[in-house]
Ligand binder design. Structure first.
Ligand SMILES: C[S@@+](CC[C@H](N)C(=O)[O-])C[C@H]1O[C@@H](n2cnc3c(N)ncnc32)[C@H](O)[C@@H]1O
Length: 225
């Protein structure tokens, strides 16, 4: 099947977002520029991260009023899926102003934080959330593996951290992510670590002739410092 092209700038944008060597501000500039076409384009390339993330939350978080933070919320696609499943207490953290503006207009998030997560402490209390999700946020120039420590800090004991990412990014970041996970494990701050392949993170479409595999990771927080 011949691959259809979405728009002339789309391939350049995708390439830039997947390759290493770009500064954080450059990456955010691309997302700001992409904001108005983001949802339609992701549907054309068969992106399933938000549905898969929400399904995982529904298996783990029983109480629909529990607080959940959607990290790297983008335009709010994960929140939209969680809202459909009945979750009522959703916050969003997203460094791209333009994406966050679209997320805000969905009217499903309570608090919205216009910032990224990394090594700096967020203005969020320890153990505040029952779960933190991040779909598609581990990539070069995006959320760094060290940000996992801050996710652990803001999730309550026995709460969950749920990450989905392209397999290719897991392959390049897994050494560093595993290093952080092993350190947190050694300090008994996290217990169960579940890593599972997702063969159809993106399904094949006429714009995306083969499925793109991904990885899902669920980490259970066991205690804080
Ligand atoms: C591929 S998009 C995924 C957006 C949304 N989660 C979704 O599934 O549609 C990656 C997102 O990560 C955000 N991002 C980049 N660096 C980040 C950081 N340090 N902390 C949190 N989010 C970040 C980007 O702005 C972008 O919205």
């Amino acid at each position: 099947m011949e691959r259809k092209i979405i728009r002339s700038d789309f391939d350049d944008m995708m390439k830039m977002l997947q390759e290493p060597g770009h500064e954080k501000d450059e990456v955010l500039g691309v997302y700001d520029h992409w904001a108005n076409n983001y949802e339609q384009d992701n549907s054309l390339i068969g992106y399933r991260g938000p549905q898969l993330t929400a399904n995982m939350v529904s298996k783990l978080v029983e109480n629909k009023d529990d607080r959940i933070l959607d990290v790297g919320a983008g335009t709010g696609l994960v929140g939209k899926e969680l809202h459909k499943l009945g979750y009522t207490n959703l916050d969003a953290l997203e460094p791209s102003r333009e994406l966050l503006h679209i997320a805000k207009n969905k009217g499903i998030y309570k608090k919205l934080f216009c910032e990224g997560i990394g090594t700096t402490k967020l203005d969020i209390d320890k153990g505040y959330y029952s779960a933190v999700t991040a779909s598609g946020c581990f990539a070069p120039g995006h959320m760094p593996p060290e940000a996992l420590r801050e996710c652990v800090r803001i999730v309550k004991q026995d709460g969950y951290i749920i990450f989905l990412m392209r397999e290719v990014h897991w392959n390049s970041l897994c050494d560093k992510l595993q290093e952080v996970i092993q350190d947190l494990k050694a300090r008994k701050m996290v217990s169960d670590i579940h890593v599972e392949p997702v063969p159809e993170y993106h399904i094949a479409t006429e714009y995306n002739p083969s499925a793109i595999p991904g990885i899902k990771i669920v980490i259970t927080v066991s205690k804080h410092d």
